[in-house]
Design a protein around this ligand. Sequence first.
Ligand code: MG
Length: 166
Amino acid sequence: MNLRIGTGYDLHLLTEGRPLMLGGVEIPSGKGEAGHSDGDVLIHAIVDALLGSVAAGDIGTHFPDTDPKWKDTSSTLFLEETTELLSNRGFTPVNIDCTVILEHPRLKPHIRAIRNNLARIMGMNPKRISVKATTQEGTGAIGHGEAIACQAIVLVEKIQQHGSES
Ligand code: MG
């Protein structure tokens, strides 16, 4: 069997004075993710899903928020390095499906740009990357606009017989 799956989840508080970054794209909004890095919940969830697919730990292991190296860094870098880690183990992503959970703003006008940017970073066809959005119907921290979350699931395929995985 040359297929593996992985899931990822992330949540960040939203605060004024920060850009809202999703998939490496800045979304016009009055609030953005608080965080040590740029707080891009979509990329963080995808990174965790990719790492999970090959049982390689989690984002906190590879990019600890205690390391000043990652302070205010673009999460694009995390995704580039994680894609390379998988490649070094002989794996490549087959498809990715994500759900961003936020109350405002509506993401529909930005979905295409987000998918294209994620595809560019990972060297994938954008048709294999799905990004969806839903609200929390006004309930809880997300519904009150205090937080944003994201779920991701990824299928990866082993394309080379090297590395320590079997
Ligand atoms: Mg995070």
